[in-house]
Design a protein around this ligand. Structure first.
Ligand code: ACO
Length: 324
């Protein structure tokens, strides 16, 4: 049997940091409102770097830290809803930047669940037995999709990237998963609407801006996502106590508070960094994972069990339980 294992983690964010007070200078908001409703205090906003450039930093660091040559990579998967272009994909750009000549590369579009979906797909690629090493990276420049005159969304998001090196292993590390989508509720969170446009079609209306029904997404997270995590733990026979940390998508600290309470799990087991990054969609979980390793909370020595859970646009949601 062949299994997959996370062997290295890394993250990167643009240097420019925009505080809530900075935002209050350009829109009708306040540090008090943003911090008390979301937990967010700052976010990184790119001045020049594109999504593929943020992801390239992460890829280079993953290779350097693990002593891996780019030519050893079999695949690169980038989860993003803010690609530099639809074609070439962000993953193909990263492949060229790092010279991963042997790797096939593609993007996954599943919003804030993108990293979890991509990691699950990558695990299956390795467990198929034909591949040995690959990168899975979540990278976003959400700042380019925001309507900076809309205080209901502009204050919530940020730019950044995080990722993992996944390698073939003799032991099982991915213990259980549960992945979901509900396109019928998709309209509560949208961005990048591209209308038909040809001499042979009616001209529709483009809308690049991110739109969100915050209340609906909040309720969805508390109800559907919490329920799916509870089911996954029950089905897999892994009691919540056996999970060392719950690394959830970083949208709002109140969501984490309510989820922890509903699951009856100590809030200390839910690390958070949305105060520094805001919501970075597909990048939020790998940035958090990388910071947890940096802070020695997660040791990366195979001794701990973590649950990764993403939720957001699509709607999409999903969890992985991983020995790390
Ligand atoms: N500053 C000041 N006031 C504001 C701001 C702001 N930035 N934004 C909204 N308000 C005002 C509103 O105008 C409203 O005022 P009104 O009552 O006079 O109309 C009031 O604050 C309350 O607004 P609500 O939208 O009801 O605020 P709510 O308490 O629901 O909080 C929030 C909004 C933070 C967005 C919350 O709903 C939330 O976190 N939702 C979940 C978001 C999420 O999880 N997203 C994840 C997926 S993202 C992805 O996939 C890309």
């Amino acid at each position: 049997m062949t299994f997959a294992k996370i062997t290295q983690v890394a993250h990167y964010a643009p240097q420019q940091v925009i505080s809530n007070d900075d935002l209050a200078k350009i829109m009708d908001t306040s540090d008090e409102w943003i911090a008390s409703r979301t937990g967010i205090r700052r976010r990184h906003i790119s001045q020049t770097e594109t999504t593929s450039e943020l992801a390239t930093h992460v890829a280079e660091e993953l290779l350097q830290r693990s002593g891996t040559d780019a030519s050893e990579l079999d695949f690169i998967i980038i989860a993003t809803i803010t690609p530099d272009s639809l074609m070439p994909s962000t993953a193909a750009r990263v492949q060229a930047n790092i010279g991963a000549v042997k790797a096939f590369a593609f993007d996954v579009t599943a919003a804030c669940s993108g990293f979890v979906f991509a990691l699950s797909a990558a695990q299956k690629l390795l467990e198929g037995g034909s591949y040995r090493k690959g990168l899975v990276i979540g990278a976003e420049t959400l700042s380019k999709t925001l309507d900076w005159s809309d205080r209901r969304t502009a204050v919530l998001f940020g730019d950044g990237a995080g990722g993992v090196l996944l390698e073939k292993s003799k032991e099982q590390h991915f213990l259980a998963e549960s992945l979901h989508s509900d396109g019928s509720r998709g309209e509560s969170l949208s961005s990048g609407v591209a209308a038909l446009d040809s001499p042979f079609s009616e001209k529709g209306e483009d809308d690049k801006f991110l739109k969100m029904d915050g209340r609906a997404i909040f309720d969805f997270a508390i109800r559907d996502v919490t329920q799916s995590i509870i089911h996954l733990l029950a089905e897999s026979g892994l009691p919540a106590e056996s999970v060392d940390y719950f690394l959830l998508h970083q949208a709002n600290s109140r969501i984490l508070d309510k989820m922890a309470k509903k699951m009856g799990i100590d809030r200390q087991k839910f690390p958070a960094n949305m105060m520094e990054y805001g919501n970075t969609s597909a990048a939020s979980i790998p940035i958090l994972l990388s910071e947890c390793v940096q802070n020695n909370l997660i040791k990366l020595d195979g001794s701990q069990t973590i649950l990764l859970a993403g939720f957001g646009g699509g709607l999409t949601w999903g969890s992985l339980i991983v020995k790390i």
